[in-house]
Design a protein around this ligand. Structure first.
Ligand code: SAM
Length: 176
């Protein structure tokens, strides 16, 4: 009986969690390893960069940016389960000094200290984020968006992911 009640509670919590996830502008879908590397190469990420992955999922882009490219990296994620997972990954990889995972809303996260912003979201999310990103990023900063373009922005180049989908690279210019 107790087991049945526990299973019912677990099923209800899982359904609520899934339902809540469906309200996000971007559902979780992890980027494959080869594409993660291409995203960071196209963004010209190096040790002097601060990479911010808005909607970081399990933190794979954050981990790779810090571990393989020597950058400082921050991931912003709204889902607490993925935040825990990503923090555990950062910890196990020994990257606590260079990488951090913030539990928060990407729509309100300040990216002014980033030199590279990574997006793998949706057309809607990119549209909602674009004005703030443009205001906050400094000239020379790059925005790398896998799969979805940012409408109205002119990409500096378009790369190709392992699955054949585009990776758009934008470079911030002087406001003048
Ligand atoms: C397509 S996944 C990309 C995950 C990761 N960047 C990658 O490439 O593997 C989008 C992620 O954005 C997160 N997300 C959606 N809306 C968000 C919001 N408002 N604030 C922060 N994260 C959000 C989702 O929970 C999901 O993990």
């Amino acid at each position: 009986m107790t087991v049945v009640v526990l299973l019912a509670i677990l099923a209800a919590v899982s359904l609520l969690w899934l339902g809540w996830n469906l309200t996000f502008d971007a559902l979780w879908q992890p980027t494959d390893r080869v594409t993660v590397r291409r995203i960071l190469l196209l963004g010209e990420v190096g040790p002097s960069d601060h990479v911010v992955d808005l909607g970081c999922g399990d933190g794979r882009i954050v981990v790779s940016a810090a571990r393989d490219f020597g950058a400082r990296a921050t991931g912003v994620e709204v889902d607490p389960c993925r935040v825990l997972w990503a923090r555990a990954w950062v910890l196990l990889a020994g990257l606590r000094r260079r990488a951090r995972i913030v539990r928060g809303n990407m729509y309100t996260h300040d990216v002014s200290n980033a030199s590279v912003v990574v997006l793998f979201l949706s057309a809607t999310a990119n549209f909602k984020l674009q004005e703030r990103i443009r205001k906050e990023l400094s000239p020379g900063a790059r925005v790398v968006s896998y799969y979805h373009p940012i409408w109205g922005w002119e990409p500096e180049l378009i790369g190709e992911a392992r699955d054949g989908y585009p990776i758009y690279v934008y470079r911030m210019k002087d406001a003048a």
